[in-house]
Ligand binder design. Structure first.
Ligand code: ZN
Length: 169
């Protein structure tokens, strides 16, 4: 259950749509993602971070050592997500299990409307705001082979995790 880190070719591929909702492999991949997210203290995780070539992302926001001020959310599994974001953006700090030791201020839309499929292939809609919108957009970028590093507009906003906790906790 190794988390792939920046530069691994499988982390930077566009993940494939999930089309088969009847296979045990899909559930097994989801379980693998759940365990990895829990073990490593992620607010979310996406298939490509574990070398899983499927458009699956998980969100489970709750305060922990890495993100002491995170809000509480249910654990959500979003398959083949599609989204529309609003124009308003705000800056916020992001880190990533695939980018160990770094944090950056990243501009993201403040609201996003999402359509996604669940484990059975049924479609759902969800609206995320603020930090939840940020987590969704961050994880969705992974499905397109990107990390938050691709969204850093100014290198001076990229700092070490050690410095982040020294200055902002
Ligand atoms: Zn990430």
């Amino acid at each position: 259950m190794q988390i792939l880190t920046l530069g691994h070719p499988d982390l930077h591929k566009v993940a494939a749509e999930v089309t088969d909702f009847s296979s045990d492999e899909l559930l097994s991949d989801i379980n693998t993602l759940k365990s990895a997210m829990k073990k490593h203290g992620g607010m979310g995780i996406a298939g490509p971070q574990l070398g899983i070539d499927r458009r699956i992302l998980l969100i489970h926001s709750k305060p922990n050592k890495r993100y002491p001020h995170a809000p509480h959310s249910d654990l959500m599994v979003l398959i083949n997500p599609q989204f529309q974001e609003n124009i308003d953006q705000e800056e916020g700090w992001e880190g990533c299990l695939s980018v160990p030791g770094l944090r950056s201020l990243v501009s993201r839309s403040t609201e996003v409307s999402v359509k996604y499929q669940d484990e059975a292939g049924d479609w759902h809609e969800e609206h995320f705001e603020g930090f939840m919108a940020r987590i969704f957009l961050h994880e969705n970028d992974h499905l397109d082979g990107m990390t938050f590093v691709n969204k850093v507009s100014d290198n001076s906003k990229l700092i070490s995790e050690m410095e982040y906790f020294r200055q902002y906790s």
